[in-house]
Design a binder for this molecule. Sequence first.
Ligand code: NAG
Ligand code: NAG
Ligand code: NAG
Ligand code: NAG
Ligand code: NAG
Length: 378
Amino acid sequence: MQLVQATSVFLAAAGSVIASPLHSRNTTEKRYAILDNDWSPTGFVPYLMALDAGVEVLGIASSTANTWQKQCAYHALATLEVGNLGCIPVYYGSTYPIINTPELFQAWEAVHGVLPWQGAFKPYNSTAEALGFDPTSGPDPNRITEGAFVEGLPNITAASGSAAALMVEQVRKYPRQVSIYAAGALTNVALAVKLDDEFASLAKELVIMGGYVDVNMLQATGDFLQADINSDINLMIDPEASKIALTAPFPDIVIAGNVANQVMATQEFLDEVYEVKNPYSELFHTYYAAEAFFPYWDETAMALLVDPSLNLNSSTLYLDVDTAYGSPSYGNIHVYQKSLVPPNVRNVTYVHEIDTERLKAMMKRSLQYPKSCGDLGW
Ligand SMILES: *[C@@H]1O[C@H](CO)[C@@H](O)[C@H](O)[C@H]1NC(C)=O
Ligand SMILES: *[C@@H]1O[C@H](CO)[C@@H](O)[C@H](O)[C@H]1NC(C)=O
Ligand SMILES: *[C@@H]1O[C@H](CO)[C@@H](O)[C@H](O)[C@H]1NC(C)=O
Ligand SMILES: *[C@@H]1O[C@H](CO)[C@@H](O)[C@H](O)[C@H]1NC(C)=O
Ligand SMILES: *[C@@H]1O[C@H](CO)[C@@H](O)[C@H](O)[C@H]1NC(C)=O
């Protein structure tokens, strides 16, 4: 109810909020998005990028990938609050993958080898949690480890209803106008696909972060970081959901897989962003690379959603997900050309290269001059 009301107010003000200089599409056409992610203390950049481009964020959904979804939802709430963006509702996603559990994942690892990045299914470590790491595996998937909230604990609460129900409701309200962004696991998207036969075709597109291809040699010959950043936890934590989502009839599916590793975070860029000081640029500067310098994974996927002209090279190919539990590629993708495609597999846009400078420009502007609820007129 609250959402419906907020939306009509926003529509009345729509003329004044749309218009990104980088936007190559019909700039008067209203765009909506639902952002599903495994949110973290510095995970706000994608929603700031969407808002900067005039995309109305209908809701933020949390998924279990890097940590359990409730902890992710709390990070989303807290980071929205930090920038006066509490008018954007946060919805809890599914706590567990469709089939996978920490026990099944760890049993798979016992056979096929430990993933360098295990996300939420890393074995439980109470010492690490007491020190302020996000929770993994363990006794209660809905526990919150407070020490991880360097951005502050949230004082606002999640909306009622599930992430999957929100997705279905909103694509029916705005047919073919809602982009579904998934930079965590695909569990909620798969649930929405199964909840409503028409969900996928009524969305505008699905844009995901994840789906690496041909990286096995890098995992072997590269250093530990190379193996780590090619772990593909988003798809591997819920292989069945990945298959359901990536074979569903979305008008388009955009895959930011290998390309998401193209642009690495650097201290120079963190410093450059922090030349303009606000709560987001400060959190970004202090914590984005607190553990290591990783690529701009989720930001790359969002940049492709916001402005497809940043895609410098891509292929239309057919993509499936390995759902054989006994396979070392369980949860990884496999790609085909048209003449060799098996049944029930569809075409996707697999991006190979992004415009590095424009991606960084987009991130920088969104972080230095972040939109707040006041600007959005909600
Ligand atoms: C842009 O979108 C608006 C609203 O959907 C539509 O009325 C207009 O005709 C479109 N313009 C072009 C050039 O496609
Ligand atoms: C919530 O309120 C407390 C007490 O005022 C404050 O310390 C904390 O930073 C707030 N949380 C956020 C995310 O702003
Ligand atoms: C648990 O976490 C602590 C703190 O990060 C670490 O020192 C320790 O090695 C971890 N234990 C295991 C079994 O991984
Ligand atoms: C586009 O990417 C593909 C796959 O990596 C590569 O084979 C091709 O040479 C690239 N094309 C251009 C124009 O860079
Ligand atoms: C992808 O598949 C859709 C649906 O079958 C089809 O309409 C579209 O033309 C295909 N796109 C390309 C580029 O092959």
